[in-house]
Design a protein around this ligand. Structure first.
Ligand SMILES: [Zn+2]
Length: 395
């Protein structure tokens, strides 16, 4: 690196390293905001070491877990609209880890082998949920008895049966099917642990009632929430009276080792004030480029003395980090800290908010154009590429 400025010493690097290594070094972006060297832990987003991430890394990288994978469409399972305890049981059936007597014996537990409900056959998942005469009776009370019967004749593994049946049932039936499995397991536990024999009709009605109650509670709970949360804006809105709005975006074109930055300022009538495009090279990670866009805007706009500014960008990660007090040791975190310090020094009654991409179209177009121009530009007149969007958004 050069001594006095933050730039790679191209000549020196090409003398010391072979061309491939030299190219990799020169393609590593250098950010003026980052002034201190640190060791970072790549397992966490904020660069800070945690036992949780180290454990996750060990499981992913070091331990071969392929033998533990169970084939099947797991999305079918997660989509079931049923209480979490029901989904948990279905997950355990599909992972083949329900504590049936057969499984307990496999694990060395000294317990009886026979099914507690019929006392005829060994108790494994296939038997207790599907083949046991008691469970068969429960299924016969349901409208999807036919589907269940045909699948259990062709499969001999409980997890495969569950996946097969879920594939064939409607959303409502899948939820009831899952609740019945749960109720059958409850019946089995009541028999073993409480010595209580639930009638088969009760097993069915318990599942039905539980599902209905859960749906009622969910509907009540969901109603006010859906009225309250409008979500981020999807169309561009004029800033409050007396404020200006500054939209910012970064662009990453394929086959172009540059990050383009587009910044556009408009007044409270939606009229164009100024725009700026700039770019830097080499390419950074997307969220880092977006943070650099915000930094460029914050650095530039305060010099213009326009009063309160509403900054908007479509990177949720940057906006969330900007408003977060969590420490982040990565280069991205340092750049966001730099943004915060400029914002708190120079801006009063201003804001930095997230908007959807559709509401940030002007900045997006400018950022794209930025990578194609030779130098940085301050645009006093409306550029052609955004004219029609500006007019539409003024209306
Ligand atoms: Zn049985």
């Amino acid at each position: 690196m050069k001594n006095d400025i933050k730039e790679w010493d191209t000549h020196l690097i090409s003398l010391i390293f072979d061309p491939i290594k030299a190219a990799r070094i020169l393609n590593t972006p250098l950010y003026p905001s980052v002034t201190e060297d640190r060791r970072l832990w790549s397992g966490e987003r904020n660069g800070d070491y945690s036992v949780r991430s180290a454990y996750r890394l060990c499981v992913q990288e070091l331990i071969d877990t392929s033998h533990l994978r169970v084939n099947g469409d797991w999305n079918l399972l997660w989509k079931i609209k049923a209480p979490p305890k029901v989904k948990n049981l279905i997950w355990r059936i599909c992972r083949r880890c329900v504590s049936t007597r057969a499984r307990l014996q496999d694990k060395g537990v000294n317990c009886p082998n026979l099914c507690a409900l019929c006392n005829i056959e060994g108790e494994d998942s296939l038997h207790v949920f599907f083949k046991c005469p008691s469970s068969q009776n429960v299924w016969s009370m349901t409208s999807f008895f036919q589907v269940v019967s045909s699948v259990i004749n062709n499969e001999n593994e409980a997890s495969a049966i569950v996946f097969q049946i879920l594939r064939q049932l409607s959303k409502e039936d899948a939820a009831l099917f899952a609740c019945i499995l749960w109720s059958i397991w409850k019946q089995r536990n009541n028999q073993i642990w409480n010595n209580v024999t639930d009638a088969q009709s009760f097993v069915f009605s318990r599942a039905n009632n539980m599902l209905q109650e859960w749906n009622t509670v969910r509907n009540v709970a969901a109603t006010p929430v859906s009225n309250q949360q409008p979500g981020a804006a999807c169309i561009w809105r004029k800033p409050s009276a007396g404020h200006v709005k500054c939209n910012v975006d970064a662009s990453f074109l394929p086959h172009n080792n540059k990050v383009g930055i587009g910044i556009c300022i408009r007044d409270d009538q939606g009229a164009f004030i100024l725009a700026k495009t700039e770019w830097f090279s080499p390419k950074s990670e997307v969220h880092t480029g977006e943070a650099l866009g915000l930094l460029a805007a914050l650095n530039w706009v305060h010099e213009l003395n326009l009063g309160p500014v509403e900054f908007e960008l479509d990177s949720k990660r940057v906006v969330d980090s900007f408003h977060s007090s969590k420490r982040d040791f990565t280069e991205f975190g340092v750049i966001v800290e730099h943004c915060k310090s400029i914002f708190s020094t120079y801006y009063r009654n201003s804001s930095v908010e997230f908007v959807r991409r559709q509401a940030n179209e002007v900045a997006h177009k400018l950022a794209k154009a930025a990578t194609l121009s030779a130098s940085f530009q301050i645009l006093v007149d409306i550029p052609n590429c955004i004219e029609h969007i500006l007019i539409n958004e003024m209306l």
